[in-house]
Design a protein around this ligand. Structure first.
Ligand code: NAD
Ligand code: UFG
Length: 335
């Protein structure tokens, strides 16, 4: 089976590539490298002993996309822009890259007769939860930013495509909060500039690259007042994609599936777990709430188990250990 990963050089795509290569799939990565580096290919080869094919291209380039899809059995569509704050400042770029990019991909799939797609969606499509845990039956809400709305639009477009073509299969994987890194420490999350997300920020405070964590709000209706999220190890997430592939190949129609652990941790619990994993202090100061943040969300991951036979195996200590290992290598603390 030959699988094309759009955005496969990025954080989640590269970890998924390791699992798919090790499972014996032929992997083609299609990426414009706008948020990743070609050196990931060397790391993938070191980890798996196999080098995936790589096409440098943009998903909005219909000709290149069509050429890359020839002979492909299924697509895993990771490519997209993902910074929430930036999406508020640059909505046109976000809708163009994410929504228009997906439309071009779908056009290329139509031209080449490829009808199997796994899409990187997000728990952000639920908006502000009215009940927890979130099942896939919970109504999608109103995401508070263009990034979140682009995910919801794409899910809806894929549902319409499945209605128009009964042979089409689309699995929307709704990720909760992916963190951690491959246990080798060779690939991980390495955002440019100051990280927006909690874990890369905490890791850089622990390594001394950044001085102090800003905790956004301690007056939420949660046990310690700080925001609660369902953190999931990126390797568990990667394995979820490997389990979703046979499903998408053998089923038709549209479905959404949560990928989360099914329990939440607060910001302060994550800080504590990270201090334990790294043996270093993570100084923090309490700041006002961040615009657009919700108090808490976590998944009901039952559907993923029932349909895919998948459940997360790694806990918060594993996530922090592997994040720290990657950060220690990245910052030169560890060779
Ligand atoms: P990432 O930025 O590390 O990876 C995305 C990859 O897509 C990058 O390698 C980038 O170069 C590539 N890319 C972007 N636009 C492209 C284009 N027009 N053409 C070709 N390649 C392009 O992000 P990630 O964390 O690996 O996220 C992967 C997907 O999962 C994204 O769609 C993201 O929205 C989604 N997602 C991520 C999270 C998260 O917290 N990381 C949570 C929910 C959903
Ligand atoms: N937080 C801090 N300080 C920071 C960064 C984050 O206190 O420096 C807090 C946030 O307020 C929140 C929690 O840590 O309570 C998690 O925040 P993240 O920015 O790491 O993650 P979000 O839940 O806001 O969003 C992430 C991705 C989205 C994705 C969503 C659900 O950024 O793209 O998870 O998958 F949609």
């Amino acid at each position: 089976m030959k699988i094309l990963l759009t955005g496969g050089m990025g954080f989640i795509g590269s970890h998924t590539a390791t699992v798919l290569l090790e499972a014996g799939y032929e992997v083609v990565i299609y990426d414009n490298l706008c948020n990743s580096n070609a050196s990931v290919l060397d790391s993938l080869e070191t980890i798996t002993g196999k080098r995936p094919s790589f096409v440098k291209g943009d998903i909005r380039d219909l000709t290149a996309m069509t050429a890359a899809l020839t002979g492909i059995d299924a697509v895993v569509h990771f490519a997209g822009l993902k910074a929430v704050g930036e999406s508020v400042a640059k909505p046109i770029e976000y809708y163009d890259n994410n929504v228009h990019g997906t439309l071009v991909l779908l056009e290329a799939m139509k031209k080449t007769g490829v009808k199997r797609l796994i899409f990187s969606s997000s728990s952000t499509v639920y908006g502000t939860p009215t009940t927890l845990p979130l099942t896939e039956e919970c109504p999608t809400g109103t995401p508070t930013n263009p990034y979140g709305r682009s995910k919801l639009h794409i899910e809806e477009i894929l549902a319409d495509v499945c209605i128009s073509d009964p042979d089409f299969s689309a699995v929307c994987l709704r990720y909760f909060n992916p963190i951690g890194a491959h246990e080798s420490g060779l690939i991980g999350e390495n955002p440019n500039g100051i990280p927006n997300n909690l874990l890369p920020y905490v890791a850089r405070v622990a390594s001394g690259t950044l001085e102090c964590l800003r905790v956004f709000g301690n007056d939420y209706p949660t046990p310690d007042g700080t925001g609660v999220r369902d953190y999931i190890h990126v390797m568990d997430l990667a394995e979820g994609h490997a389990k979703a592939l046979p499903y998408v190949l053998n089923h038709k129609g549209w479905i959404a599936i949560n990928l989360g652990c099914g329990r939440g941790y607060s910001v302060l619990e994550v800080v504590k777990a990270f201090e334990k994993a790294s043996g270093r202090k993570v100084p923090y100061q309490i700041m006002p709430r961040r615009d657009g943040d919700i108090a808490a969300n976590w998944a009901d991951p039952k559907r993923a188990f029932e349909l895919l036979g998948w459940k997360a195996e790694r806990n918060i200590d594993d996530m922090c250990r592997d994040s720290w290992h990657y950060e220690a290598k990245r910052s030169g603390i560890e060779a």
